[in-house]
Ligand binder design. Structure first.
Ligand code: SF4
Length: 257
């Protein structure tokens, strides 16, 4: 992609390394005409990594990124220790103008392998839940194709719970994804997604069943599909949550008088 000077500076501020071909200096005319073979151009770092700016500066830089810069920033991120154990980052998938945004917790082993959120048994259950609402993660118009992202973009080792510091470091990426998508509804799945977005430590059972707001976007809380696989009794509650979410999107999409 073509990086603007502004994007380069923002990424540089965040300690992210860009690679670009070296621009060779102009030769004097006599040398330029010499018949010596020209060595092939090689890629070298445009900038050495710059050590961390303040958290506020980092957050401000991320808050201005368009999609390509944001994706690159996540892929290169070393802002918390999870970068040392991940195989790859898990950015998110779906329609960039989706009406529905699904926010999960952190990548697991399969997500870390494939670079895609919600795969494996939990992902299969999520796909079935979406299908029941005539939604999909496959290519479709924005009212049908959801966008799926996690609160953390890198897998915690052995699927341990995320640390508060890790959630805080990663949060600006999710905030920017939500700003770029501007969904009509956020469906927050699981304790860490819910607690991060709502800044609440209440159990999901107490937060579900009503519509919250996140940066002005309606937000509905429900259980994580991995939890539902182990707690079948809560599936009917999750279905109630999906129905509440569908009603909320429908109301937000209704033409106004
Ligand atoms: Fe960066 Fe988030 Fe991965 Fe930590 S979890 S390294 S903040 S992308």
């Amino acid at each position: 992609m073509a990086w603007t000077e502004r994007h380069r500076l923002m990424l540089q501020e965040m300690g992210i390394r860009l690679w670009a071909p070296v621009t060779e200096p102009a030769l004097p005319a006599a040398q330029a005409e010499a018949p010596e073979p020209v060595p092939p151009k090689v890629a070298t770092p445009l900038q050495a990594p710059v050590q961390a700016s303040t958290p506020d500066e980092r957050r401000a830089a991320i808050a201005e990124m368009p999609w390509p810069a944001l994706r690159e920033a996540v892929a290169q991120c070393t802002a918390c220790s999870l970068c040392q154990s991940r195989r790859q980052t898990v950015f998110g998938v779906g329609h960039p103008g989706a009406h529905w945004m699904i926010v999960g917790e952190a990548p697991g082993e399969q997500e870390d392998l494939k670079g895609v959120p919600f795969v494996g048994a939990a992902g299969h259950l999520l796909d079935n839940m979406l299908r029941a609402l005539k939604l999909t993660r496959e290519e479709a118009p924005p009212e049908r194709q959801v966008y799926i992202a996690n609160t953390l973009k890198c897998r915690p080792p052995r699927n341990r719970n995320p640390e508060p510091e890790e959630l805080a470091r990663c949060e600006p990426f999710l905030v920017r994804q939500i700003e770029l998508i501007r969904p009509r509804l956020i469906l927050a799945m699981g304790r860490f997604a819910v607690h991060s977005l709502l800044r609440s430590s209440e159990p999901i059972g107490k937060l579900r069943g009503r519509v919250h707001r996140y940066q002005g976007v309606p937000l509905v809380v429900t259980y994580h599909p991995a939890y539902l696989l182990r707690n079948l009794a809560d599936k009917s509650r999750a279905w109630d949550d999906l129905c509440l979410a569908a009603q909320t999107v429908e109301a937000a999409s209704a033409p106004r008088d």
